[in-house]
Design a protein around this ligand. Structure first.
Ligand code: ADE
Ligand code: ZN
Length: 375
């Protein structure tokens, strides 16, 4: 069998179908597959350079582009339940969080080997570098792989092997966060956390994701206490679909340092006041919220009101391969659709850097880069 070439593309906008060349191509041979760099596109004259930001809310499995899903399925001899890319893309019409999660977990079937996890991570970082990302805190869902018979070592080492060289290879400093699935039991999460600690996995913190409603923060009190004890950072999704009380409980019971999403805080003025007073970072994901119908349209997104209230918000991409855009696309649409000002973009870029778990030295370096960026 000869070698096969898959030229990867991503959709900047799934709706418009607009494509941009992918910086990598995957070649599969009988003895494996390899990602190699494509010739860079001619830079478009006059195109502004991306705002330097920290991406703090990113699920690495949510960066699996349709082309990569097909390439990995081919490499691993996995039959996908979609005839072609168009059929897969036709499934990207979500009605709520769960309708997305069903596809997100199903597509993970193509991730089998350390190399698969490494290729996915490398592809994200290549795209993120173009988006202006200079620091990324990346969530991985270990339980979603363990339940498919993929070992912790396979998924953690595959991602971590690329993150270890991300600064040199892509100019992006990175941290890995193990996210736990809130629709599973706390005992399952505790067991996996102990295994991660025992194998000395290079994780900076833990997160809490998956189906929010009906799985309140209090369910994971012991997990977060154990993580604190182990010196790990702590974040949790709250107030995406769940009520404002989940944000309060994530802060008070789980002692999280950041809230992922948090948009529903706007329903509780007292909570908003507290979040402003305590400078609690909220990692907002505008395109995600529209695609998962947490808000009806981008024009109705609460981000401008959150900024006006003085909340510590920043812009993130969540699951960019599924939601029609990376962090630069989120900024671009916020500017074009709701008229977000350059001043507010820079303010949120600074918020993202300050709210990160990077060293003080790295934060100072990134803030200096932002100040010198001409934005
Ligand atoms: N897992 C991946 N993306 C998620 C999201 N937006 N909310 C909850 N869990 C997720
Ligand atoms: Zn998320």
């Amino acid at each position: 069998m000869g070698s096969m070439l898959f030229t990867l593309h991503w959709f900047d906008s799934i709706r418009s179908g607009e494509r941009r060349a992918y910086p990598y191509r995957m070649e599969t041979h009988d003895d494996g597959a390899q990602l190699t760099e494509n010739e860079p596109d001619e830079p478009e004259t006059g195109e502004p350079h991306a705002l330097p930001v920290a991406e703090l809310h990113l699920h690495i499995e949510g960066t699996l582009e349709p082309e990569l899903i097909f390439a990995l399925a081919e490499r691993n001899g996995i039959e996908l339940p979609y005839a072609d890319l168009d059929e897969l893309r036709s499934r990207y019409e979500f009605t709520d969080l769960q309708s997305f999660l069903d596809l997100y977990y199903a597509n993970m079937a193509v991730l089998q080997t350390e190399q698969d996890f490494a290729d996915m991570t490398r592809a994200y970082l290549a795209r993120a570098a173009l988006a202006g990302v200079r620091h990324a805190e990346i969530m991985l869902d270990p339980q979603a792989h363990l339940s498919r018979g993929i070992s912790l070592a396979t998924c953690v080492n595959g991602v971590a092997s690329v993150l270890a060289g991300s600064r040199e290879e892509f100019g992006i400093s990175t941290l890995l966060i193990a996210a736990f699935l809130r629709d599973l039991t706390e005992d399952s999460a505790l067991e996996v956390l102990e295994q991660l600690l025992a194998m000395d996995a290079p994780i900076a913190g833990i997160g809490l994701d998956s189906a929010e409603v009906g799985n309140p923060p209090a369910k994971f009190e012991r997990l977060f206490a154990r993580a604190k004890d182990a010196g790990l950072h702590r974040i949790a999704h709250a107030g995406e679909e769940g009520p404002p009380s989940y944000i309060i409980d994530a802060l008070d019971i789980l002692e999280v340092e950041r809230i992922d999403h948090g948009i529903r805080c706007m329903e509780d003025p007292e909570l908003v006041e507290r979040l402003v007073d305590e400078l609690v970072p909220l990692t907002v994901c505008p395109l995600s919220n529209v695609r998962l119908r947490a808000v009806d349209t981008l024009a109705e997104h609460p981000l401008p009101a959150m900024l006006a209230a003085g909340l510590n918000v920043c812009v993130n991409s969540d699951d960019p391969a599924y939601f029609g855009g990376y962090v630069d696309d989120n900024f671009a649409q916020l500017k074009s659709v709701i008229g977000l000002s350059e001043f507010d973009c820079v303010r949120m870029a600074a918020n993202s850097i300050r709210s990160s778990f990077a060293s003080e030295e790295r934060k100072a370096e990134l803030l200096a880069e932002l100040a010198a960026s001409g934005h």
